[in-house]
Design a binder for this molecule. Sequence first.
Ligand SMILES: [Zn+2]
Length: 158
Amino acid sequence: MASHKAIGASSAVFMGFDIVGIITVALGSILPDVIDMLIAGGSDWTFARVHRTISHWWPVYVGTLLASVFEYFPILWGINISLYVYYLSIGCLTHLICDMLTKGGIPFLNPFKQSLGLRLFSTGSPIEYLVVAGITVFFLYNSYLSGDSLSAALRSLW
Ligand SMILES: [Zn+2]
């Protein structure tokens, strides 16, 4: 989970978000696992069965990302909900990308079957931490190099 946060936050830096954006993306990058824990309510049996199913299904977050880009969410008490859904969606998608790299994989078409996995390494293995460190450094390094980023491209759609 810590590795998810590192990638989520460093990709947020890469995309030129402010501090609130970076924190919200970091929260989003652990959200899919938090949802599974909430559903399981402390039961290992339930957790093993719900983990990496609907909460790890990419169309959910691609959907919320698109809805936020087109500002389908309301402005409440002066807070633009779309902006926060946008940050959370980016975080969730980075989480899914990380999980996709592990043995377990994530669902692709059927939300209850994990079929999309590169099976590069299993969760918690030394190789995972090397890959995570590599991706984090890559994002941080690029954030220094590029003034205009993916977020600029997304925002021009916005
Ligand atoms: Zn996960």
